[in-house]
Write a protein that binds this ligand. Structure first.
Ligand SMILES: [Zn+2]
Length: 219
């Protein structure tokens, strides 16, 4: 899943008005930032496998440190605890931790059955994934629907402070949709390192979301 994670972050602003959209996005894509870092460190692996799904040509051979359910919950608890220390706000911290864990459940919708329960599970461990990536129209409809719902909630929960508040927000939305569209046109990555670099590019959206939120106030 790609846009759906951003949709969750945008939507969360309604219930966590005190926290910047940048931090909500950071929580929503935290597992992917870890995953792409772990790929660079060779702690996790992918294989380039054109055709393995219609949308994503990647076989997630080992990503259980970042993307098993138990580790997703563990990372969510870390996020919750750090936020609690920094904000002293239980509700905000729970939403940030919840966004980290929600990433796993959103991924279940799109991935092949490659999401495991435990880290370093043996091959017999049950794996989850509903495989929406096997349908191009299905992927487009679900991803755009989740993002649109989030955008709608965020646009109603906040209002711009000056023109920049509009410009940063709508350009962020356009850039997200453009990156999603690029998935369908980009050449197959030549090596796992390129997959990792594409993953780290999401940090740009974290910063973009911070800027956006700096130029908007709660409605
Ligand atoms: Zn992910």
């Amino acid at each position: 899943m790609f846009l759906g994670h951003y949709g969750a972050a945008f939507a969360a602003k309604k219930w966590a008005p005190k926290v910047s959209l940048g931090l909500l996005v950071l929580a929503a894509v935290w597992l992917d930032l870890l995953w792409s870092l772990f790929l660079i460190l060779h702690w996790e692996d992918v294989a380039i496998s054109p055709g393995i799904t219609k949308v994503i040509p990647i076989d997630f051979t080992n990503y259980s440190l970042s993307h098993s359910l138990v580790m997703a919950v563990a990372w969510g608890v870390v996020f919750w605890m750090v936020s609690l220390v920094l904000t002293n706000n239980q509700k905000t911290s729970l939403i940030l931790g919840g966004l980290v864990v929600a990433h796993w459940f959103l991924n279940v919708i799109t991935h092949r059955p490659d999401l495991s329960l435990l880290p370093e599970g043996n091959p017999m461990t049950p794996r989850w994934g509903l495989g929406l990536w096997n349908s191009v129209p299905g992927t487009i409809v679900v991803e755009l629907a989740l993002l649109s719902a989030g955008i709608w909630l965020y646009a109603n929960a906040t209002k711009p402070v000056g023109a920049k508040g509009q410009w940063f927000f709508w350009s962020l939305c356009a850039a997200l949709i453009a990156s999603f569209a690029a998935l369908f046109f980009m050449p197959v990555p030549k090596a796992p390192i390129w997959v990792a670099i594409e993953g780290q590019v999401q940090l740009v959206f974290v910063v973009w979301a911070l800027w956006t939120d700096d130029h908007r106030k709660n409605a």
